[in-house]
Design a protein around this ligand. Structure first.
Ligand code: C2E
Ligand code: MG
Ligand code: MG
Ligand code: MG
Length: 276
C-alpha cells in the first residue's frame, strides 16, 4: 500500500514537473519572439516629493502575448535572465526610456521629470553596457541626469571592482543610480559608500506595516537616517495609504512611490495624463 502510494506520488510529481517544464518551454519560446512581435509594453508609475508634486516615474515592463492575459515581470523576467533574452529586452527598455525623455525635454512641464529603469544584473554585466548607455544618450541627445538606473543589491556582491568601475564610468556621463529593494539583500551602508548611488529605495516589505509594526518602523527610520548621513536620496516604495505616508513624512522621508499616488499605467496613458 505504502509502495503504491509512493509510486502514485512519484507519478504525480513527474507530471507536475513535466507540466512546469512544458510551461517554461512555451513561455521561453513565446518570449524569444516577443521583441520582434512588439509584444512588450512599458507602464509608468509616478514618484512624488513630500509636497505630493510629481518628480518622475519608474518604467515597469509588461508582456502582452496576443489573445492572452497580460504577463507581469515576476512571471517572465527570471526566465528572460536565465535565457539571456533580458539583454536585448533591457536594451529595448533603455531605448524606450531615452525616447520618452527626448519627448519630455521639449515640454517645459515635463522637462524636469526623471525616468527610472530597472537594469538586471545580467544586462549590467554585459561588457559593452557602458557603451550601450552612452550611445543611447547621445543618439536621443537627452540630459543624462534625467535617466536613473535601478540596480539591486545582488549585483553588488560579486566582482565588486568591475561593478564600481562601470558605475563610475556611467556616473561620469551624468547618469544616476538608485539601489532598488533596499534592505532585502546583504549590502550594508558602509559597503555602499564604494558605489556611486544617488538614491536608495526602501523595499515595500518594510513599508507595508510601518504604521503598526515597531520593528519595521525602526528599520525605516534607520534607513532614512543613514541615507541622510551618506547624502543619499531615500524613496519609499509601495506606499498604499495615508497612515504610511504620514509616518514617512514625519520621519524625514522625502520621496514616495506607491498605489496611494498612482498605480503603474501604460506609458502612453501616463503621458496623456501629464498633458491634462
Ligand atoms: P521593482 O523595481 O521593485 O518595482 C516595483 C514593483 O512594485 C512593481 O511591480 C510595482 O507595480 C509594484 N508596486 C508599486 N507600488 C506598489 C504598491 O503601492 N503596492 C504594491 N503591492 N505594489 C506596488 P511589477 O511592475 O510587477 O515589477 C516587479 C519587478 O519586476 C520590479 O520590481 C523589477 O524588479 C522587475 N522589473 C520590472 N520592469 C523591469 C524591466 O524593465 N527590466 C528588469 N530587468 N526588471 C524589471
Ligand atoms: Mg525598480
Ligand atoms: Mg523595488
Ligand atoms: Mg522588486
Amino acid at each position: 500500500k505504502a509502495k503504491e502510494a509512493g509510486r502514485n506520488a512519484t507519478r504525480f510529481f513527474d507530471q507536475a514537473m513535466q507540466t512546469t517544464l512544458d510551461h517554461r518551454a512555451g513561455l521561453e519560446a513565446g518570449l524569444r519572439h516577443a521583441l520582434a512581435r512588439e509584444e512588450f509594453v512599458l507602464y509608468a508609475q509616478p514618484q512624488v516629493n513630500a509636497e505630493g508634486a510629481l518628480i518622475g516615474a519608474e518604467l515597469l515592463l509588461r508582456w502582452q502575448p496576443p489573445g492572452q492575459a497580460l504577463v507581469l515581470p515576476n512571471d517572465f523576467i527570471p526566465l528572460a535572465e536565465e535565457s539571456g533574452l533580458i539583454v536585448p529586452i533591457g536594451l529595448w527598455v533603455l531605448h524606450s526610456a531615452c525616447a520618452t525623455l527626448r519627448r519630455w525635454a521639449a515640454d517645459p512641464r515635463r522637462a524636469g521629470l526623471a525616468l527610472a529603469v530597472n537594469v538586471s544584473a545580467r544586462q549590467f554585466r554585459q561588457p559593452d553596457f557602458v557603451e550601450q548607455v552612452a550611445s543611447a544618450l547621445s543618439y536621443f541627445s537627452i540630459a543624462p541626469q534625467r535617466l536613473k538606473l535601478e540596480l539591486t543589491e545582488s549585483l553588488l556582491l560579486d566582482k565588486v571592482d568591475e561593478v564600481v568601475a562601470k558605475m563610475r564610468a556611467l556616473h561620469a556621463l551624468g547618469v544616476c543610480f538608485s539601489l532598488d529593494d533596499f534592505g532585502t539583500g546583504y549590502a550594508s551602508l558602509a559597503y555602499l559608500k564604494r558605489f556611486p548611488f544617488e538614491q536608495l529605495k526602501i523595499d515595500r516589505s518594510f513599508i507595508r506595516d510601518i504604521a503598526s509594526d515597531p520593528d519595521d518602523a525602526a528599520i525605516v527610520r534607520a534607513i532614512v537616517a543613514m541615507g541622510d548621513a551618506l547624502r543619499l536620496d531615500v524613496v519609499a516604495e509601495g506606499v498604499e495609504n495615508d497612515a504610511q505616508y504620514a509616518y514617512l513624512t514625519e520621519h524625514g522621508c522625502r520621496a514616495f512611490q506607491g498605489y496611494l499616488f498612482g498605480r503603474p499605467v501604460p506609458l502612453a496613458e501616463f503621458e496623456t495624463r501629464l498633458e491634462s
